[in-house]
Design a protein around this ligand. Sequence first.
Ligand code: BV8
Length: 232
Amino acid sequence: MSKKNQNIVILTGAGISAESGIQTFRASDGLWHDHRIEDVATPEGFAANPSLVHNFYNERRKQLHDPSVQPNPAHHALARLEREHDGNVLLVTQNVDNLHERAGSKNLIHMHGELNKVRCENSDNAFTWLDNLGTDTVCECCGVSGNLRPHIVWFGEMPFAMDEIQHTLDQCDLFISIGTSGQVYPAAGFAQHAKIQGAKTVELNLDPTMANDTFNESIHGPASVVVPEFVE
Ligand code: BV8
């Protein structure tokens, strides 16, 4: 798959975690199925009804900690690629689960945040949080309750590490998009950015996406099958 010394950027979305038992966002039974995006994934939604938003993320954190939720062969294949490839491999995930790190990926950016972290709105400190979060939870950094929020990037908020991501895209030889519908920006613009500067672009997804014709190559099938095959 990859030539010697190639610099690789990989973007993953909810589809890579689907076979681990984590719902995607836009499938018919997906996460947004029960909620309007505006109500649970925006700062305005959180300000209007913090308990609803806390419950939305508490449910997902609980699901993530279920012993049945484990990294699948696609997560393990990407961790192996990082270990064995002699060029740079940067894994940028839109996912807020911790399955990539549990599979062993190290050079990893969670551009939309992490389910297992919360952030103090006074100090902007983010720290690991594995339990339920509520409006009455006391912040361990300032001792005040009610000022903790999920460490998640909501719509209208700037994703994390964008400078590092853009700089790495400028230098990459191969861009691989895995398990994302390509509907959310700025992540949805990464393939075009890589292609314009000369990278080869490949999409691995269960089925063709709207962005299909941006890619030099598209391979369709479940991530747990097509990703290990592609990485080998
Ligand atoms: C920002 C919260 C600016 C975390 C999420 C035009 C240009 C730029 C921006 C915009 C624009 N138009 C509108 C915007 C704003 C907006 C946006 O993109 N809106 C969309 C809806 C049009 N973007 C933003 O607001 C972003 N911020 O632009 O900031 C700014 C500038 C200056 C100063 C301040 C701000 C912020 C975006 C992040 C929003 N947060 N979620 C959470 O709760 O998890 S987005 C949400 O969608 C998730 O994070 C998720 O990661 C992301 C993408 O979804 P996917 O991962 O693709 O999941 P989906 O279900 O859609 O698709 C799954 C895919 O997997 C499918 O293709 C399916 O076929 C496939 N699949 C399924 N099973 C399998 C499989 N594939 C393989 N194997 C399988 N088994």
